[in-house]
Design a protein around this ligand. Structure first.
Ligand SMILES: [Zn+2]
Length: 509
């Protein structure tokens, strides 16, 4: 009978466990020094090795000749534990045994001394699924456990475990397994199984598995069922996902505003019965990569993609702004959520792509944006007929520090002067504040309507004119309407944070 790879290759000792050295080292030391706790809580996402570590622990504390905190894997206890033939190691799935009666049974049973082992070990998986009553019953046992009993509780949702339980357990947080570690393990296993697996394909499986070894091995299983010669294409087919070329086709189409190309790609994916929601998830992932490349170009390891894809991403990112990427990301996220319940996934995806291509994402975002960056630099006496392109002086907002912004002393004078020529606009600046640092000015308005008026070029120019007249200086101005304006450096800090996030100033010409 074929045995699933993840069962066959499940680590048998702590040293085989990948990516969790902080946990395995501590557990080994405890076992070696006979300083184990009576209750543990293992938390982490699926496939990170929680149950595996619990089983190894159960073997190691009971092993007849443990080595350095590791089970020997040869004695009768180790062997029977491995075969699941040891009644003193009890595994319980709280997802299906979550009632108070289940835990009461467990409590009664726990009072009996172990049959063959030193310790009776209870491993309770998905412990967050227990009912409140069941948790209360469990708590009593955790408070006064028989000395020959140990508990290992495992959960993917730590937030749902009551604090009273947490406080009784030693807690261990399992990391997502690093993509490189999964890739290397896949290559090792496939080699041992006599299956040819391309490195690209291994990388691909690892990134789909998203930190979970069990998922990675399940996908490898599926691939083996397809072919003994596993390439990237086999992975795409086996995992029912769209090829990466479609992905980048769509991505490029979106940024080139090429609706036809985007829709053709969807048609292609759909006709091949690929999973559209998964495709959307992959698109999100690449959109995230774009965002990271734009926002933090030096943090290369944050970007998850294949080596040749990085160039395509960099090319797209160079043609767009961070603001636009984030706006599109928002729209796509909305689409992903709708896809899980939408009866017509294809229409949903197509509508979204049309929105993304037509730049509607951008427009929607600007309407709700509470901040309007405006450039009113060098505006004195602009020529009426042929205005030269007004270029904003380069301001590197990331280099500015909030504490360097000082309230503009002449702001009241500016407002008074401004009210003479633009009473309506200046009315919306009641109780506003302005902060300056070098040639940058941040306006903290009280009234959101000011932003709408400020978007109108003439108003922005008029204000810049007055500022220049009163202060004798030209400023690059950013404006925002928050809930309340306070004359504190903290407020300036918030404004600055927002200014940093906006790379594209609104054109005033
Ligand atoms: Zn042993």
């Amino acid at each position: 009978m074929y045995r699933a790879l993840y069962r066959k290759w499940r680590p048998k000792s702590f040293d085989d466990v990948i990516s969790q050295p902080h946990i395995t080292t501590t557990l080994k030391n405890q076992i070696k020094n006979e300083k184990t706790a009576h209750a543990y809580l293992f938390t982490g996402s699926r496939g990170t090795g929680k149950t595996t570590c619990a089983r190894i622990f159960a073997k190691a504390v009971n092993c007849l000749s443990p080595k350095d905190g590791e089970p020997c894997l040869e004695c009768e206890i180790c062997r029977d534990a491995e075969n699941g033939a040891l009644s003193d190691i009890i595994e319980m799935d709280a997802a299906s045994n979550n009632g108070v009666d289940d835990i009461r049974d467990l409590r009664e049973n726990a009072l009996y001394t172990p049959e063959r082992c030193k310790y009776k070990i209870y491993i309770i998986d998905e412990v967050h699924m227990l009912s409140n009553q069941a948790f209360n019953a469990l708590l009593k046992t955790l408070e006064e456990p028989p000395e020959f009993v140990k508990f290992i509780l495992a959960t993917t949702e730590i937030a749902k475990v009551p604090a009273t339980i947490l406080s009784r357990c030693q807690r261990y947080d399992f990391n997502r397994i690093r993509t490189e570690d999964i890739r290397d393990r896949l290559l090792y296993i496939s080699q041992s199984e006599g299956v040819s697996l391309d490195e690209d394909a291994a990388q691909m499986i690892a990134s789909i598995a998203d930190g979970g070894m069990r998922d990675a091995l399940s996908i490898l299983d599926q691939c083996i069922a397809f072919s003994e010669n596993i390439t990237k294409d086999v992975v795409f087919d086996a995992a029912g996902i769209a090829g990466r070329d479609y992905l980048f086709d769509v991505l490029e189409a979106v940024y080139e505003k090429d609706i036809k190309r985007a829709l053709n790609a969807v048609e292609e994916i759909h006709s091949k019965s690929k999973d559209l929601q998964r495709f959307c998830a992959e698109l999100l992932e690449q959109m995230r990569n774009l965002m990271l490349i734009k926002a933090a170009p030096s943090e290369k390891e944050l970007v998850k993609c294949l080596p040749d894809e990085r160039e395509r991403l960099a090319a797209i990112s160079s043609k767009t702004s961070l603001e636009e990427i984030i706006a599109k990301l928002d729209v796509l996220k909305g689409c992903f959520e709708k896809l899980s319940y939408s009866p017509s996934k294809r229409i949903e995806l197509e509508t979204t792509l049309i929105k993304l291509c037509s730049g509607q994402a951008r427009i929607i975002r600007q309407e709700v944006s509470e901040e309007t960056p405006v450039n009113i630099n060098n505006v004195k006496n602009p020529p009426k007929k042929e205005p030269p392109p007004q270029r904003e002086e380069q301001v590197d907002f990331s280099k500015l520090r909030a504490e360097d912004f000082k309230p503009l002393k002449e702001w009241a004078d500016v407002l008074e002067e401004f009210s003479k020529t633009s009473p309506a606009v200046s009315g919306t600046l009641q109780n506003s504040q302005a902060y300056v640092n070098g040639n940058v000015m941040l306006i903290n308005a009280q009234n959101e309507f000011f932003l709408k008026l400020f978007k109108i070029k003439d108003n922005a120019l008029a204000l810049g004119e007055v500022v220049k007249t009163v202060t004798g200086k030209s400023y690059v101005i950013r404006a925002r309407a928050p809930q309340a304006a306070q004359e504190t450096p903290k407020e300036a800090g918030k404004l600055l944070e927002r200014a940093k996030g906006s790379e594209i100033p609104v054109e005033t010409n």
